[in-house]
Design a protein around this ligand. Sequence first.
Ligand SMILES: Nc1ncnc2c1ncn2[C@@H]1O[C@H](COP(=O)(O)OP(=O)(O)O)[C@@H](O)[C@H]1O
Ligand SMILES: [Mg+2]
Length: 265
Amino acid sequence: MKLAISGKGGVGKTTFSAMLCGVLGLQDRRVIAVDADPDANLGSGLGIPADDPITPLAEMSEMITQRTGAADAYGGYFKLNPQVDDIPEKFARHIGSIRLLTLGGVAKGGGGCICPASALLKALLVHLVVGRDDTLIMDMEAGIEHLGRATAQCTDALVVVLDPGPWSLQTAGRVHKLAADIGIGKILAVVNRVTDNTDIAGIESQLGQLGIPLIGQIPFDPDLAMGPFRPSDKGELLPTPAFGRHRENIENILATAAKEMTKPQ
Ligand SMILES: Nc1ncnc2c1ncn2[C@@H]1O[C@H](COP(=O)(O)OP(=O)(O)O)[C@@H](O)[C@H]1O
Ligand SMILES: [Mg+2]
């Protein structure tokens, strides 16, 4: 299963992505977690300690130079198809069975930015989506443009995380259009921070008009503010009590996503 997680800033994409990776990791399943947000924090969501920060791939200039054959970053020639298949093993942070790859700042290549770092990240994304069997969970920033057509078409689904408010449905509409434009087949939605006042039926029916199935809801839980996993300096998954309360729900959301993937949209 290859899922990209999107939605507007602050809706809970990273928290949800970390919990998805977490339920799979606790089942000892091989997962590649991709932090594609330049403002990366999936690592801390998975318990990477603050005093042991991850160097994003985009900042590994020596590796990028070596792989792309680029002598200097913005001039001259470089390979557009650098070797990337060993990057998950060599450069990912291991958290139990999860391999975390933090892309860093230039991921937003689209068609525009052509530099060695973006060429490497693009090749890596294509490899992860097209060339591997591992489960893939990608924590995207609000936009999904940088997924690119080739990657998007092979991503099983884009999961839009929504706030319960009315504005987020506009986001869902925009993401839906964008996803259709770049060719993602399946869009699914999850509502986060649900309270007793949330009009789930109303949200579900508006999503229905867009053809987007609502595959789950996550209650508002202030304890999630501490993150779903506690810091571990041994690369272990240490679930917080809050995660324990949400675990079964997240497992159900994953199962529903898998079921939706077998239906035509
Ligand atoms: N269900 C929830 N209940 C309460 N707080 C939440 C919930 N989900 C996320 N949060 C909090 O909201 C903030 C933004 O979440 P985050 O996952 O970083 O959003 P995003 O990645 O979309 O920017 C964080 O402080 C997080 O702890
Ligand atoms: Mg985030």
